[in-house]
Design a protein around this ligand. Structure first.
Ligand code: CP
Length: 318
């Protein structure tokens, strides 16, 4: 595997899951694979889990790691071609990216949607330029439209906890005071659609996701109806996708908060969230602290998803 940006890059998903479970049995079994190889992790946005889990995964594989927070200590980067660079950005991405490629063997990139230009976001402008100009294999550590390492960890977690072959998985919109990208819900939908699960998305009117990601999911506007009989509740906020409201917060209705009363409608469902989570906006304290909350094992599986992906990239390095 050269680049990793979406579920399709893994090929056979069952095989990828088997690989992940093998790694989980002994995460140090491939420690020679990354010897004398360097992972450069580029962050345009903040992170706790992605930063730690990906670095740990690389270390498990014997790699060296360099972490760069672009907005803290590096030159401010211009991303538009053709501009007269007489402002506050002294370096262009078109030089910075190939230079970064000189110092490493593999690059991970985190670059969220900016909500300034929908086409730039949905064409993955920044991630694509790393793939095009770095000369190195590139993987997404959350891009504008997808967060595949998170979705892979989510899938591993569901496979570990599911009690039936074909669980009912419900992804629910939940309120948040800030405008958040659609990367996590898009990606989760994409990965759920790749499995033979019963998959439902519930959201208020106006929060419909790009149909490309919704795929064959059932969309239900009545959250309580969607929760009935669910085996997994996956909560997430996202900003509006459809024009003219792209990137806007249309509602902060706390009737959509996941609480114990709603969880009672489910089949004793597990509660999932990618974290960080705003308590008592997205989910009530009692639900996230309940035995049915699996947000910590879900986060722990980020190390496994990252190691599985990095291992494949290392195996195909030229
Ligand atoms: N879930 C996730 O990607 O967490 P961070 O933003 O902290 O990396």
């Amino acid at each position: 595997m050269k680049n990793f940006t979406c579920v399709q890059d893994l090929g056979d998903l069952k095989q990828a899951l088997n690989d992940a479970f093998e790694i989980k049995k002994d995460r140090f079994q491939f420690t020679e694979l990354g010897k004398n190889k360097t992972l450069l992790m580029i962050f345009f946005n903040s992170s706790l889990r992605t930063r730690l889990s990906t670095q740990k995964a690389a270390m498990n594989l014997g790699m060296n790691t360099i972490v760069l927070d672009v907005n803290q200590g590096a030159w401010k980067l211009e991303t538009e071609r053709g501009v007269v660079m007489d402002g506050d950005k002294p370096e262009h991405l078109l030089e910075a990216v190939p230079v970064m490629g000189c110092y490493c063997d593999v690059i991970g990139v985190r670059s969220f949607a900016k909500f300034e230009n929908k086409d730039d976001d949905y064409n993955e402008k920044i991630l694509s330029e790393f793939i095009r100009y770095s000369g190195r294999p590139v993987f997404s550590m959350e891009a504008a439209t997808r967060h595949p390492l998170q979705s892979f960890a989510d899938l591993i977690t569901i496979e570990e906890y599911k009690k039936t072959k074909r669980p009912k998985v419900v992804m629910t919109w939940a309120p948040h005071p800030k405008s958040l990208p659609q990367a996590v819900p898009n990606s989760f939908a994409e990965w759920m659609n790749a499995m033979d699960y019963e998959f439902i998305i519930t959201q208020p009117e106006g929060y419909e996701l790009d149909p490309k990601f919704v795929g064959h999911a059932q969309v239900e506007y009545d959250q309580k109806k969607a929760f009935e009989g669910a085996d997994f509740i996956y909560a997430k906020n996202w900003a509006a996708y459809r024009d003219p409201n792209y990137g806007k917060v249309l509602s902060m209705d706390r009737n959509w908060t996941v609480d114990a009363e709603k969880m009672m409608l489910t089949n004793n469902a597990y509660f999932m969230h990618c974290l960080p989570v705003r308590r008592n906006m997205i989910v009530s304290d009692d639900v996230i602290e309940s035995p049915q909350s699996i947000v910590i094992p879900e986060a722990a599986n980020r190390e496994i998803s990252a190691e599985t992906v990095l291992k494949r990239i290392l195996m195909d390095l030229e």
